[in-house]
Write a protein that binds this ligand. Structure first.
Ligand code: CS2
Ligand code: MG
Length: 402
């Protein structure tokens, strides 16, 4: 008798930051966990799930992951978009977790088994000035990382995303922090910073850099060219993600490898980048792209064009997504690298994860399912707190891409 879905519920908590978690329980009492976190818009996806998706799941066959995915994606009519796809992604993750638990195997075994011993991983290092950045890079190398993303401050700026600033934070009164951005200053400054990092770490460490979608194609082309001597592993998100043709222009001007994709949510968002061979790495998050089921299709499609996959893995997706990513990564021939920012201790006190890190590589672990258990009791101590990503503006207040 196949198990059916007996209940599906959503839990929003904030252990270190906000996370949206889906709990699916089967008629056999097996619990599957999914992550549906969309940073800064958490309650929208919680409502999509609670009000629209969870009631449809009750009574469905818990084994039919692909059928449920197709049903939610095609049946909803209003397809795609970050909220819809994160919600469907969370259900998909929870159902893979259940299937692994029911069969007593880790999910990667269900995906064909490991094609490698571990998942190469990159860490984040940042510092406002070069000496602080080099210290931060050293810290990651000492921890065993073989690949590091390096970000720095920009002279004359008060704040730069993801870099601790010497200036005190301005009060935001519950609104998004504003970051005043100057592309010229960035383009002048960053090649020297990354050259300093390269000469500090030597040739064998993989270096990465993220431009957060802020450049025009020709600015990005110049940056790519200026960075060629640094031999980056990749330059990420140079132009906004919507215009797939923009990267064709960048590509024509530089041999610096290009990565994009963390804001994409379906294969359609990356199809042109991949088939045009404008990029080297596609960076969708397994959950934001709708789960393990559709991510497999993205990965296979990318492999036809020698594009590698390098899943998004910031701390604003929960350890459940990180685990799902690792199960898929270890079974994916065309994996490039996995981002791993790590988690705050409070986060890890709520999400008990079985994956492990060893000398630059992550392993998903061999617990049945995804290998992350959510502690509902511990989560109660961390209620949701509204929070926003920053908004980027020019000096004159014009909002800009990022
Ligand atoms: C970043 C992210 O990890 C990355 O590459 O771009 O930190 C991104 O800014 C956040 O996930 C946004 O929520
Ligand atoms: Mg990024």
């Amino acid at each position: 008798m196949p198990s059916t879905i007996e209940s599906a519920e959503v839990i929003v908590c904030s252990p270190g930051r906000n996370y949206v978690t889906v709990k699916i329980v089967t008629s056999d009492g097996v619990v599957g966990w999914g992550d549906a976190t969309v940073n800064g818009r958490e309650l929208a996806v919680a409502s999509y799930l609670r009000d629209h998706v969870c009631p449809l799941l009750v009574g469905r066959d818990a084994q039919r992951i692909e059928q449920t995915w197709q049903w939610l994606y095609k049946g909803g009519y209003w397809r795609r978009g970050p909220i819809t796809m994160a919600a469907i992604g969370a259900v998909d993750l929870a159902l893979w977790d259940i299937k692994g638990k029911e069969l007593g195997v880790p999910v990667y075994q269900l995906l064909g088994g490991a094609v490698r011993e571990g998942v190469l991983t990159y860490a984040h290092a940042s510092g406002w000035e070069v000496p602080q950045l080099l210290d931060a890079v050293d810290e990651k190398l000492e921890a065993g990382y073989l690949a590091v993303r390096a970000q720095s401050g920009i002279p004359g700026r008060r704040s730069v995303y993801a870099v601790a600033s010497p200036e005190p934070d301005e009060p935001t009164n519950g609104f998004p922090p504003i970051e005043v951005w100057d592309t010229d200053a960035y383009l002048r400054h960053i090649p020297g910073v990354l050259e300093a990092v390269r000469s500090h770490v030597g040739d064998s460490i993989r270096l990465l850099h993220d431009a957060h979608h802020r450049l025009t194609p020709i600015e990005a082309a110049r940056l790519g060219r200026d960075l060629e001597p640094v031999r980056l592993f990749w330059l990420e998100d140079v132009t906004p993600g919507e215009n797939q043709e923009a990267l064709r222009l960048v590509r024509q001007h530089t041999t610096t490898p290009l990565a994009i994709g963390e804001v994409f949510n379906t294969i359609w968002d990356c199809m042109g980048f991949i088939s045009g061979q404008y990029i080297d790495f596609v960076r969708t998050s397994v959950m934001h792209a709708g789960g393990i089921s559709p991510s497999r299709r993205i990965n296979d499609f990318a492999s036809l064009y020698q594009v590698k996959v390098a899943p998004h893995g910031p701390s604003d997706v929960s350890p459940i997504t990180m685990a799902a990513s690792l199960h898929l990564d270890i079974a994916t021939p065309n994996l490039g690298i996995q981002e791993y920012m790590g988690y705050a201790p409070d986060t890890l006190s709520v999400f008990r994860a079985d994956y492990s890190f060893d000398r630059g590589y992550l392993h998903p672990g061999d617990a049945p399912g995804l290998g992350v258990e959510f502690d509902e009791v511990a989560a109660r101590a961390f209620p949701y707190e509204r929070s926003y990503l920053p908004v980027a503006e020019r000096e004159d207040g014009t909002p800009i891409d990022w």
